[in-house]
Design a protein around this ligand. Sequence first.
Ligand code: HEM
Length: 370
Amino acid sequence: MAMPSDATPSGENQPAPLSVSSKRARLAGIGVVILCVVAGFLYLGGWFNPHELTPARFVNGFEEVFGIHSGFRRNHAKGMCVTGYFDSNGQGARLSKAVVFQTGRVPVIGRFSLPGGNPFVSDSPASVRGMGLDFTAGNGEEWRTAMVDIPVFAVSTAQGFYDQLLASKPDPATGKPDPEKLKAFFAAHPESARALTIIKAKPFSTGFDNSTFNGLNAFRFIDADDVSTPVRWSMVPADAFKPEDTSQSANPDKNYLFDDFIARIHSGPVQWRLILTVGQPGDPTDDATLPWPEDREHVDAGTLTLDQVEAEAPGNCRDINFDPLVLPVGIAPSDDPLLSARSAVYSQSFTRRAGEKKEPSAITPSDVQK
Ligand code: HEM
């Protein structure tokens, strides 16, 4: 009986031994692969071009301006965790096949934050506020977004953000940014000067609970027929807008924005409507400094309810990277160059902080108690 070839006794059908020249060729091949891998790492680390803005250099920039605070985010370092759920009303499903937009409830983990790399910075009325959200749909898909309470972003490119970061570095002599450097930044970035005018025209609200948070970057929603639509999104609060009060800056509590939110959530759940703004052909999708016309269609996709608050701790929002490119099937990135830059820099910040010793956050477990 013939033996199947994979059951041949040892010695039969073995490959012929390699000649010396084939061995050399094989070793040379391995050497080339190793060189390519090393060159890849050097390229990503920016070693070939010392002026290239790599993710590592970007995060070095945050560290240069704010110092290194072990275990904390390099930007939006001061924060507090929240949890709740999103009730989709099904109206977003017309635009996106993402499971999160089908009618039903999905759990949400969130984080409120203030920008900058100082985790103990004092709350102040004019400080931009951040809301990070991580939706987990029934099929396990996640949708992560990090939004802020300004109507447009101040820069349109990663280089613009980096230039702004360094231009805003406080001068050791005055403790404030050097006005000449800021002037030079705005002269080199007229798009930022225009965006600042739009940002300043919109009053801040009194707290996190009555802030509108905007995703700012455009995305593409993909429906069940694979039709793609440009979309921007916002979380619009149920709590009534009240303009910030100048007396807030005199508040001796340096965590008053967080403490006010803790008091607010202890009085009952806090809610926002998820509003999708539908872009039209010609609306800019690659420039977060430019607003879309006011008359664009708005789709109310459902309600976000936050009902629990926690101090940052192992395993909660502290350990999530709210990377804007963690998207479910049905939401895709647009051509906005900020998106890939954000994803790469958040990852670099996350990698550094994940490997560091953790210190207690400004908002402690006792602060969040009733
Ligand atoms: C090139 C542009 C940007 C850069 C380099 C940048 C950088 C960063 C970094 C390093 C973090 C900390 C990441 C971590 O360690 O988990 C962060 C967090 C954050 N960013 Fe950005 N960012 C950019 C644009 C934006 C934009 C356009 C928005 C709003 C639409 C935004 C909103 C936020 C928020 C809310 C957080 C805090 C999220 C959390 O709680 O973890 N950022 N950013």
